[in-house]
Write a protein that binds this ligand. Structure first.
Ligand SMILES: CC(C)(COP(=O)(O)OP(=O)(O)OC[C@H]1O[C@@H](n2cnc3c(N)ncnc32)[C@H](O)[C@@H]1OP(=O)(O)O)[C@@H](O)C(=O)NCCC(=O)NCCS
Length: 145
């Protein structure tokens, strides 16, 4: 996986690329407008991105949803960079960030097609969740860190 670096966005340019990739991988395929890739927790959340040079090719985010509980959100990898272990690296990096903050449990709403990937990373389904845009079923998954 040479050439791909996982790091936190720092500059305005980093964040522009970060949100662009989040929108491109998670919202554009469902014809959602720019801005729909953000929520009210961006300022308090921990953001991570996978970069090749200056290009942001993958993104993920974590926020605390309880004193020792973290929710992960917005995991997306550009199509032509998939199946190279980038999401797995992003997930491990999120877990490290969570452990630093004394998080014991990480959870998220997983899109159904991604559930087997997360299971291979040690996560378990614990409940059903919402269906996004009327066509993407989600499952609640968790792992004890
Ligand atoms: C789900 C998603 C984030 C996975 O990203 P990814 O970078 O391809 O994930 P990884 O490469 O770490 O692992 C995915 C697969 O590649 C395989 N893989 C990992 N490294 C590999 C390598 N070096 N060579 C070949 N395959 C590899 C893994 O075994 C895994 O297998 P799977 O396809 O059967 O699940 C990506 O498909 C995506 O962005 N999808 C659209 C948005 C989305 O659904 N996001 C999740 C929201 S919950």
């Amino acid at each position: 996986m040479s050439g791909i670096v996982i790091r936190r966005p720092r500059s305005a340019r980093d964040f522009a690329g970060y949100y662009q990739t989040r929108w491109y991988t998670l919202r554009r395929p469902w014809h959602q407008p720019k801005g729909s890739e953000r929520d009210g927790l961006e300022k308090v959340a921990v953001h991570l991105m996978a970069v090749e040079g200056r290009r942001v090719v993958g993104v993920a985010r974590m926020h605390l949803s309880g004193p020792d509980v973290a929710q992960f959100r917005y995991m997306g990898v550009e199509r032509r960079f998939r199946h190279r272990g980038i999401a797995q690296r992003l997930l491990r990096a999120l877990e490290r960030e969570a452990r630093k903050r004394c998080v014991r449990i990480a959870w998220f709403n997983a899109r159904e097609p991604a559930v087997p990937f997360y299971e291979r990373c040690g996560y378990s389904v614990f409940d059903t969740s919402y269906t996004l845009y009327g066509c993407i079923p989600h499952w609640k998954m968790f792992k004890e860190l």
